[in-house]
Ligand binder design. Sequence first.
Ligand SMILES: Nc1ncnc2c1ncn2[C@@H]1O[C@H](COP(=O)(O)OP(=O)(O)OP(=O)(O)O)[C@@H](O)[C@H]1O
Ligand SMILES: [Mg+2]
Length: 261
Amino acid sequence: MTGVPLFSIRGLSKNFPVSRVQGGDGVNRALRGINLDIREGECLLIAGSNGSGKTILMKIIAGLVEPSEGEVLFRGQPLAKAVNSLRSSLGLVFQDADAQILGETVAEDTAFGPRNLGLNREQTTERVDAALQALGIEDKRDFPPRRLSGGEKRRLAVAGVIAMGCGTVILDEPFANLDWPGVVHVLEIIRDLKASGKTVIILTHELEKVLAFADRLAILHRGTLREDGAPEEVLERLKPEYGVRNPLHRYKTVRDCTWLE
Ligand SMILES: Nc1ncnc2c1ncn2[C@@H]1O[C@H](COP(=O)(O)OP(=O)(O)OP(=O)(O)O)[C@@H](O)[C@H]1O
Ligand SMILES: [Mg+2]
């Protein structure tokens, strides 16, 4: 593969202080020397057990958290220099859907991103309508987001990112709280994003729902990148200690691993 990667993650570490009462040397090494290139247009799945470092890695890639060591390049430029182009081209769906609510109504909340990108009222309305429809929450458009159910809030978070039309989307546990139709809505969106050439990064341990769309699977384990490669190959090397269930125990091939029928 040629060209500058979309993201180059180099020697990335993140340490958090912990109370010595909790034992150890007073440091939680949440990420330990991660090296990873993410290429434009690929669908990368990052799996790993609870606390393996998925969310903190996403926050560092997005420029929301400073690493302790190492760096992230966006199109070959350090994040600090690329922050403006990154903000307009990266859509994030947070694991904590409540953290993302900004508007007083569902429609207003969804409009926040496109409006920030400088779209006019008409274009924004068009984007909002299409996104709410794609996520099956168009009947909630005038509803206060904080009173939505957990799954509806996640649908709203995905709608907001879709409405922005970003070239790169990072989805952190996008299936959490979703019912079956909700999972299908999100999978349809992932399929369409991929088909339109966008870069999709999905952090999840629910491989059986989405693996079919992945070009690449990476496994984080205790802050270390333990595996990275074609999904079939990584699954063959999967170790029980990673805490990631191998969906091929139930499904025949990687392409069967989707809830989209
Ligand atoms: N702000 C913070 N302060 C202190 N420790 C943190 C902070 N954020 C994350 N950590 C620690 O970093 C480690 C990795 O957390 P992270 O949220 O990235 O895990 P994860 O892989 O996303 O887990 P999950 O599957 O539960 O979402 C954990 O040990 C967590 O306690
Ligand atoms: Mg997480």
